[in-house]
Design a protein around this ligand. Structure first.
Ligand code: MRU
Length: 316
């Protein structure tokens, strides 16, 4: 597994991160020298995935404090970089209220690593021996700075001898599955097959999938879950074919202030990511209604419906 510091770290005068836009072809570091640089890295997906975005935001704020930048502006520019992941605003508020922002940011990174470890262990317990799993987007080390959420659970299940195969949605339009998840699974020696997003229905209909595991960018108090665009159709398909659909995410992604998915801000990205020739609509996330989710796994354990009760004690 990637070392947490390889994915992102704070140095005295910079934040250094593994540039995810260049993977899997090239392992290159991106150096950010101001809060605006870090915000730009978040906006352009050099660093991405809800927990990793939170850590990047925290390091960006700590860098701004060390450089004597205007902290009000640093907070706003970082918070505005991406709207959907709950982790970004949460992490920024954590470092803003800390006496030593750099120490709190590093501590927060360590806490996410530990949350990943715990939720992965809980998620692995949901898999029966010989399981074939389907996943969407990238929810591994790259997305979390730790061992991952859904992908962390799959890795743990593989190590326990429970997992047979992972099907990886390519995840249009930016191919986080085909580029990043496949790269992580290959490095870990876990058998996998990349499929076009549109092939998921055929896989499920053919009885090739025993469980679906995905991450989350924001989980509302009632369990409605925003995640990478294409997650909701997977949940509908899973229900149609009687396959359990699990969401794996840390408490830093749970937002009890947001009552339902209808209130979750959904980022719309440049239509040019879809096509540069014709008009395009490019929402980056969708919301899966709680009733399609078999269980939500956090570091605290496995939460079952009704989520309005089972999630109550979770928020970070
Ligand atoms: O646009 P991205 O690549 O940041 O979207 C990431 C996802 O949707 C992940 O599934 C989510 O952040 C969970 S990652 C642990």
């Amino acid at each position: 597994m990637l070392d947490p510091e390889q994915i992102i770290r704070l140095e005295a005068d910079r934040v250094v991160l593994l540039d995810q836009r260049r993977l899997p072809g090239e392992e290159a570091e991106l150096v950010c020298r101001s809060a605006a640089d870090v915000a730009d890295a978040i906006r352009t997906l050099a660093v991405r995935g809800a927990p990793a975005i939170g850590i990047a935001g925290a390091y960006g704020y700590a860098l701004a404090a060390a450089r004597g930048e205007d902290l009000g502006s640093a907070f706003s520019v970082l918070e505005g970089a991406r709207p959907t992941a709950a982790n970004l605003g949460w992490a920024l508020r954590e470092v803003r209220s800390a006496p030593d922002p750099a120490a709190r940011a590093r501590e927060l990174h360590n806490e996410e690593v530990e949350r990943c470890r715990q939720m992965s262990a809980h998620a692995a317990e949901l898999l029966a021996p010989g399981s074939r799993a389907l996943t969407h987007c990238n929810t591994g080390a790259l997305a979390t700075g730790g061992q991952g959420t859904a992908l962390g659970g799959l890795r743990e299940a593989w190590q326990r001898g429970l997992l047979r195969h992972v099907f990886v949605d390519e995840t249009r339009p930016l191919l986080q599955g085909a580029r990043l998840t496949a790269w992580e699974l290959e490095a870990q020696g876990i058998p996998h097959t990349v499929v076009a997003d549109a092939a998921a229905g055929s896989l499920l209909a053919g009885g090739e999938v025993d469980c679906v595991l995905v991450g989350a960018d924001r989980i509302a108090a009632n369990g409605d879950t925003a995640n990478k665009i294409g997650t909701y159709p997977l949940a509908v398909l899973a229900e149609r074919h009687g396959v359990p659909f699990y969401v794996v995410a840390p408490s830093s992604t749970v937002d009890l202030e947001t009552a339902t998915g209808a209130e979750i801000p959904i980022e719309e990205r440049d239509p040019g990511e879809v096509t540069s020739r014709f008009p395009a609509w490019n929402p980056a996330f969708d919301v899966t209604p709680a009733e399609l989710i078999s269980a939500i796994v956090t570091e605290a354990g496995v939460h079952r419906p009704p989520y309005v009760e089972s999630l109550e004690l979770v928020a970070a």
